[in-house]
Ligand binder design. Structure first.
Ligand code: ADP
Ligand code: MG
Length: 292
């Protein structure tokens, strides 16, 4: 291959906001058959707002619950966490991170924290299982993301958050499909939240939709997709890092994504513009023709 053509292409890509960590990846990108997207923070903005927040325990006041959750979530970098901290502020309840004596993040599930001597879990249904809890009070808001709050092993609260698609995502996916590629969504969020994004993108946009996935399950589906040909994965989260590493090409959302996703990726998207991805594939294909 000619290093010059590849160097020019890498420079051109960089000018367009795509940092490609070497000419080899450009060659793989030219041959890509499948493009898999993470949902939260990748197809969507990852800017959640709280649409509902309730205490389900007579012993815990709503204000106290908001204070616990906002304080514990201030220890998380998940996009949902920021929404919960903001929800506190907008209810005049400041999060108090210094009150959190211990915490642990569970990617794809939620967060555990100890505050005021109380052991609290915030997260989805998988988190409930981890905490050994039953959800006795659920939500019924179609297509939104649900969260639950547990004190030790008793549910004490529930909330829902909503997010919106990034602009240009539907067009970018249509372009990829027009180039003969298959598209997929791999999300840790619920099936109903995944379906809502699918609806916003247009029914035919995604060939495959996998929801409720743990980070290692994202890896399994990437391996499955790879049987169809070289596969790219685009993601932003800590929970996406193993899948990004397993894909033939891992692409990280460079601006809002986690440092781990960026380190693990082969390509970093220096803007949050998903439209750069079909552009990059086109550039890679052109470069390949120049090289051969
Ligand atoms: P995605 O794959 O769509 O980016 P994630 O794997 O990051 O989603 O998260 C999956 C789910 O885990 C979220 O939808 C949420 O229910 C739960 N979750 C993850 N982190 C947190 C957190 N800090 N607080 C509450 N819930 C969380
Ligand atoms: Mg994500």
């Amino acid at each position: 291959s000619t290093p010059v053509a590849s160097f020019c292409a890498l420079t051109k890509a960089a000018t367009n906001g795509l940092l490609i960590k070497g000419g080899d990846y450009l060659e793989i990108l030219a041959k890509i058959k499948v493009v898999a997207f993470d949902k939260t923070g990748t197809l969507t903005r990852g800017e959640f707002s709280v649409t509902d927040f309730q205490s389900v325990s007579q012993d815990v006041s709503l204000d106290n619950l908001i204070y616990w959750v906002a304080s514990i979530e201030s220890k998380s970098s998940h996009p949902m966490a920021a929404a919960l901290v903001d929800y506190g502020s907008s209810n005049s309840i400041q999060s108090q991170p210094e009150k959190v004596t211990e915490y642990q993040n569970f990617p794809g599930e939620g967060i555990f924290g100890e505050i005021d001597g109380k052991k609290i879990y915030v997260g989805n249904k998988k988190m409930a299982t981890r905490a050994g809890c039953e959800i006795f009070s659920d939500l019924e808001r179609d297509g939104e993301t649900y969260g639950y709050i547990f004190l030790e092993n008793i549910q004490i609260g529930k909330f829902s958050v909503a997010d919106t698609c990034r602009s240009g995502v539907a067009e970018a996916i249509q372009q990829l499909k027009g180039m003969g590629l298959k598209t997929a969504m791999l999300t840790g969020d619920s099936h109903s939240a995944a379906m809502r994004v699918q609806d916003q993108l247009g029914q035919q946009a995604l060939d495959y939709l996998y929801a409720d996935l743990l980070p290692e399950e994202k890896v399994e589906f990437i391996k499955e997709l790879k049987q169809q040909g070289p596969t790219a994965m685009i993601g932003d989260g800590v929970n996406d890092a193993p899948a990004l590493a397993t894909a033939d090409i891992g692409i990280a959302m460079g601006v809002t994504g986690s440092a781990l996703a960026t380190e693990t990726s082969h390509i970093t998207l220096m803007s949050n513009d998903i439209g750069k991805i079909p552009q990059a594939v086109r550039l890679a294909r052109r470069t390949r023709r120049t090289i051969i």
